[in-house]
Design a protein around this ligand. Structure first.
Ligand SMILES: [Zn+2]
Ligand SMILES: [Zn+2]
Ligand SMILES: [Zn+2]
Length: 265
């Protein structure tokens, strides 16, 4: 079983903020940049280990992300929270149900699952239908570790404005997207990391997101070997920001693949 966790990697499916970059109708220098790293789909990653594929969030771009990155199976989906930019692609998991002929387990906090059920009422409606619906097995997590496809995952609670979101730690890697603050109990769970993803929306303060400067301070406190910023808005030009970041901090971009060695114990 353990060898399943070797040669693991994280694939960035999307690194953009909720409206994506470019933003519809915007002619700013980032939205019109020819650098492919400035083209950001909505935020999501795919965790690959052995033949397992774990998806974090189903963005409105999920169909395109799955085609673009040739995702050919899905073993489970983890949700960070229930904002539209993280859940609205859920209907597009149907082809994986068709191919795999199984339900797909999904994992969310109790609150997020309530919103997912309300938003996708038809998915969880058991009455007969002539149309296909995603076939999902819902699972709720709280603060205790969960085991998904054989991998131990620690949910990490973070503040997202007045709301709550979750990041996830797996082995020496952690993925934290939308957060404005990381409570100290969660910071304690983020020590000794190889890879740490953090929200870094822009430079100017925002009520629900961390800025580049705030996330740089988090990196200084937690000292991961490698940090990656995500959920990036059109305020940040990849090449200009990359040149100013410390050596252990990178800006994530769509298609970035990060080998993480071995996951798990
Ligand atoms: Zn978001
Ligand atoms: Zn723009
Ligand atoms: Zn959000």
């Amino acid at each position: 079983m353990l060898e399943n966790f070797e040669r693991a990697s994280i694939l960035v499916l999307g690194s953009g903020t909720s409206v994506g970059v470019p933003m519809i109708g915007c002619r700013c220098k980032v939205c019109t940049s020819s650098d492919s790293r400035d083209k950001r789909l909505r935020p999501s990653i795919l965790l690959r280990f052995g033949d397992q594929r774990l998806l974090i969030d189903t963005t409105p771009d999920f169909r395109y992300q799955a085609l673009r990155f040739k995702i050919d199976r899905l073993d489970a989906i983890l949700f960070t929270h229930s904002h539209a930019d993280h859940i609205l692609g859920l209907d597009d998991v149907r082809p994986f149900n068709f191919m795999q002929k199984t339900d797909i387990p999904i994992y969310a906090s109790a609150d997020a699952l309530v919103t997912i059920r309300r938003t996708f009422q038809y998915v969880f409606d058991d009455s007969p239908s002539e149309s296909s619906r995603p076939r999902l097995t819902p699972n709720v997590f709280d603060a205790t570790p969960i085991t998904v496809a054989g991998l131990d995952i620690q949910p990490i609670r973070v503040a997202h404005g007045r709301g709550i979101a979750h990041g996830f730690r797996f082995g020496d890697c952690a993925y934290l997207t939308d957060h404005s603050d990381i409570p100290s109990a969660s910071m304690d769970r983020l020590t000794g990391l190889d890879v740490l993803f953090l929200d870094a929306l822009r430079h100017n303060p925002h009520p629900t997101h961390s800025t580049v400067e705030e996330s740089l301070r988090t990196v200084e406190l937690l000292k991961p070997k490698r940090a990656f910023f995500t959920h990036i808005s059109h305020d940040l030009l990849h090449s200009a920001l990359a040149a100013r970041l410390p050596e252990n901090v990178q800006i994530a971009y769509d298609g970035l693949e990060i080998p993480v060695g071995r996951l798990g114990a």
